[in-house]
Design a protein. Structure first.
Length: 94
């Protein structure tokens, strides 16, 4: 039972993290500093949001929102108790 509780909790944490990431990405400003506490940060997530959005945009470009969407999907699957099949049977070509 602890395994299921842990995976559902991890799923909820991933969804919350993805929601924060989406808010940070939606208010991304290229002028915001990364890894710095500046007096004026335009990002709605504050300094953490500015850093996260900056790293996502610089690392994945326009695909950053797709990465966030993927994290949401994984989080929902975990929170709903849907697990991947064990082994590679689900990906085998027949």
């Amino acid at each position: 039972m602890l395994g299921r509780l842990a995976s559902e909790s991890m799923g909820l944490a991933l969804v919350a993290f993805a929601l924060f990431s989406a808010i940070a990405l939606s208010s991304f400003a290229p002028a915001d500093p990364i890894f710095t506490l500046a007096p004026s940060i335009a990002n709605l997530g504050g300094a953490v949001g500015a850093t996260l959005a900056g790293l996502l945009v610089r690392g994945f470009g326009s695909g950053a929102s797709a990465v966030v969407a993927l994290v949401v999907l994984v989080g929902i699957r975990l929170a709903a108790g849907l697990h991947a099949a064990r082994g590679a049977d689900s990906f085998r070509v027949r």
